[in-house]
Design a protein around this ligand. Structure first.
Ligand code: ADP
Ligand code: ZN
Ligand code: ZN
Length: 779
């Protein structure tokens, strides 16, 4: 008999703890699966059946009847409930179980949400309540898919079908070319089952089941790649590689920040570091932001490591993800390339994790567990004795700070592009001055001239505007009314396509009113240009431009034009194939794009991020300008960058324009220190939300009191708790949102005390509360 610690997968607001169940060594249930750490099991809890996951397994000891463990579970197996059935082979091992527990502790999250990260989505059994009110086990909907294949049998060569056996002849003709799927044959020739049966009986063909690997979203063929050979490294790349090698050799979870300008060849450094890792018999993971996970990215890794590369991201179907997950689990994959969640695929013996574009906000998960990919990867590599590489042209302030302070961290710089080309010159265009000189266009005189010069020579242009839709909002000139979302406390964005007002937070949309719904005035003005508006104005501008004209395509890329599967890719291909062309888009175009003939990058309005009420606004603006500038002049043609702004004196913008990170940090760091923001403190954002505004406010106040009490008792003056207040986004999807910010000295364990408070907290029936540890924003 064994005692299993089981995390029961019941969605609850409360933080859960593992429960103990007894389980016979040989397992239970007809499937003959032995209980192991990582298995799904069927258990009873509080009178209902539930699926749980084993996170610990121990021999049952002869304990005196009354003793209990830390969680209050009896220690004697005879007092415990039994596991009713073992439902699966293990999804994760002891290390995965330890990681789930680490995540739950550090991010003050339900254990069940942490364990779920390690399971393939859709492919695990669930317990659901049927129409009759009874709980029953539901088998997973996602799993392996087999195809029936027809191959040539031993009697194939000599066989002559009868003259009138037309279908047999057709099938045999196809098979003479090679194996075929039964489904394909049926599609071509109609029902073929009896034909195949007859042929199989004569040993002319064989029918067998083969597993189908559903196409990987980013690369439908799954295998299309051209093998590449590693080029000789530049001296800078060589140094970076050596730093990573030294970090790996130390085997203690060192972190190397590869601080390399756009086009400096960071990816080549990753490739060669991975190659060495694999040569030592270990495996590697590469994480990239979801939006950069294009077929080109995957092809670069497949080009070097071939079929040993698994791919994992959220645009793949559950079936595709299951196949990749299983491929990793089988041990055949040696490299996983994926988005954030790929960190939890069952890749064994990982010796190297690379996080590319480390500064990206998307590396923070925004639902429980609200983990920071960088910190979890660092934890994993410390445990595994591997190394973590953080690559970026604009490393986060946190990473730069750790690299300077933490003995396990180091930093290497790649200040030049791999091909020796200079970084493009960046000019700041003062739009306030343009405005006072009488121009009302959103294209400054300088940007207009630059567009004409570059497009007329057949070059490409990238234009960035961080606002989709046509106009940011409508405003009644007579009464000042602004249409707002009925479900969110935000204004609605005007979309010219379909003439509608859309909420960018919840998707709510209505037809745009012809007159003001408040006062009936016809003067509704559209404020704040979005990508649709810029597209329309730019079209008019280019059509009348000498040497440019209507033939030059404008490719708009934003959340609206990239909704369909594959749309993102198709737009990029259209841009690549064109001669002169403009790629106009939101920040999704700022990263990773590598087109030889982009000679001009324009930022329509660099201020959109700067005015967000968030302490990272300056850092984000600096990063965005540097990243988008990096799209210009990547090959033989020189590039230039024009940044339009009403804040030409803002230090984030000036510093980005001169590639002067030190200048930016010199202004930013003292501000963060004085105002008590990371990296000088650790923060936790306690979020409180629910449908009833008063209840949410009252619960937030109550939590605030409890937090003050907790901190007074447990840590004293060193921590501070800000008053409970409505979030900047105070209402989203009919949900009212409040928050309480907790700050602690940088080295402190901010999670422990908060986890204790939340474990002890009685869940409120109508108000949710959660902790966001190390939040990326406080909106
Ligand atoms: P980053 O990831 O730093 O933006 P990339 O890895 O995409 O840069 O490299 C930029 C370009 O330089 C790519 O076209 C790449 O093939 C090329 N490149 C990188 N390293 C070398 C090298 N050592 N020799 C020649 N070309 C290189
Ligand atoms: Zn009005
Ligand atoms: Zn809304």
């Amino acid at each position: 008999m064994k005692i299993a610690s089981v995390i029961v997968d019941i969605p609850t607001q409360a933080l859960d703890t593992p429960y103990s169940y007894a389980v016979p060594d040989e397992g239970v249930g007809e499937d003959g699966l032995a209980p192991e750490v990582g298995c799904a099991v069927l258990v009873t809890l509080g009178g209902r059946k539930a699926v749980g996951y084993i996170v610990g397994l121990e021999e049952a000891e002869e304990a005196p009847g009354e003793e209990v463990d830390l969680w209050g579970n009896p220690l004697s197996a005879s007092k415990l409930k039994m596991v009713e059935r073992v439902l699966s082979k293990p999804y994760f091992d002891e290390e995965g179980a330890a990681c789930a527990q680490f995540l739950a502790e550090r991010y003050v999250a339900p254990l069940s949400s942490c364990v779920r990260l390690f399971t393939p989505p859709g492919a695990v059994p669930r317990v659901v309540r049927g129409r009759d009110g009874r709980w029953r086990l539901e088998e997973p909907t996602v799993g392996q898919v087999d195809d029936r294949w027809v191959t040539r049998g031993p009697a194939f060569e000599g066989f002559q079908p009868r003259k009138n056996a037309v279908k047999q002849q057709s099938v045999l003709e196809v098979l003479a070319q090679g194996d075929a799927r039964v489904a394909e044959l049926a599609q071509e020739f109609g029902a073929v089952d009896s034909t195949l049966k007859a042929l199989e009986a004569k040993d002319v063909v064989r029918i067998e089941r083969r597993r189908r690997m559903r196409g990987v979203g980013a690369d439908p063929s799954g295998t299309a790649f051209t093998p590449t050979a590693p080029p000789p490294l530049t001296p800078g790349q060589q140094q970076a590689l050596e730093a990573i090698e030294a970090a790996r050799a130390a085997g203690e979870g060192r972190v190397v920040v590869v601080d390399g300008v756009t086009g400096s060849g960071k990816t080549e450094v990753y490739l060669q570091a991975i190659e060495r890792t694999l040569a030592e018999g270990r495996t590697a993971m590469v994480l990239v932001p979801e939006i950069s996970l294009t077929p080109q990215t995957v092809a670069r890794f497949r080009g070097r490591f071939g079929d040993a590369v698994a791919v994992m991201h959220s645009r793949m179907s559950q079936g595709e993800r299951y196949d990749q997950w299983d491929f990793v689990k089988s041990g055949a994959a040696r490299v996983v390339v994926g988005a954030r969640s790929a960190l939890f695929t069952p890749l064994a013996n990982v010796g190297l994790i690379v996080i590319d574009e480390e500064h990206e906000g998307s590396y923070k998960q925004d639902s429980a567990p609200r983990y920071t990919t960088r910190d979890v990867a660092a934890w994993m590599m410390r445990r595994a004795g591997g190394a973590l590489v953080l690559g970026s042209a604009t490393p986060s302030i946190e990473a730069l700070h750790s690299a300077a302070k933490d003995p396990l961290w180091s930093q290497v710089a790649l200040p030049e592009r791999a091909n020796g080309r200079p970084l493009p010159a960046v000019e700041v265009v003062d739009m306030a001055a343009e405005f006072s000189s009488g121009s009302r266009s959103m294209f400054s005189g300088r940007l207009t001239r630059a567009l004409q010069q570059e497009l007329s020579q057949g070059h490409k242009v990238v234009l960035l505007l961080n606002q989709r839709g046509f106009a940011k909002f409508l405003l009644c000139r007579d009464c000042g009314f602004v249409p707002e979302c009925p479900h969110c406390a935000t204004s609605l964005t005007y979309h010219e396509e379909g003439s509608k007002l859309v909420c960018h937070h919840c998707g709510y949309h209505v037809g745009a009113p012809p007159t003001c719904p408040e006062c009936g005035s016809p003067y509704l003005k559209k404020f704040g240009a979005g990508t649709q508006r810029v597209e329309a104005d730019l079209r008019a501008l280019l059509d009348g431009m000498a040497g440019v004209g209507p033939g030059v395509p404008i490719i708009r890329m934003d959340a609206d034009t990239t909704k369909a599967k594959g749309a993102h890719q198709a737009l990029l291909e259209e841009f690549a194939a064109a001669d002169a062309a403009v790629l106009l888009g939101t920040q999704m175009i700022a990263k990773g794009l590598d087109f030889d003939d982009v000679t001009l990058v324009g930022v329509i309005n660099a201020d959109t991020q700067l005015h967000l009420p968030d302490y990272r606004a300056g850092e984000r603006t600096f990063q965005l300008i540097e990243q988008v500038a990096g799209r210009a002049g990547r090959a033989n043609l020189p590039g230039r960058v024009l940044v339009q702004t009403y804040e030409a004196n803002d230090v984030a913008i000036r510093a980005a324009a001169s590639y002067d990170r030190a200048l930016f940090l010199k202004s930013e760091l003292p501000k963060r220190k004085v105002l008590q923001y990371p990296p000088y403190v650790r923060m936790a954002n306690v979020l409180v939300w629910g449908k009833n505004e008063d209840e949410v406010a009252a619960e937030a106040e109550a939590l605030h009191k409890a937090l003050e009490e907790l901190i007074r008792c447990e840590v004293g003056q060193r921590w501070s708790v800000l008053p409970a207040s409505p979030c900047v986004l105070g209402k989203l999807r009919n949900t009212y949102r409040w928050h309480i910010v907790v700050k602690a000295p940088a080295g402190d364990d901010i999670s422990g005390p908060l986890a204790r408070l939340f474990r002890a907290r009685k869940p409120h029936p109508a108000v949710n509360a959660a902790v966001d540890v190390d939040p990326v924003d406080l909106l």
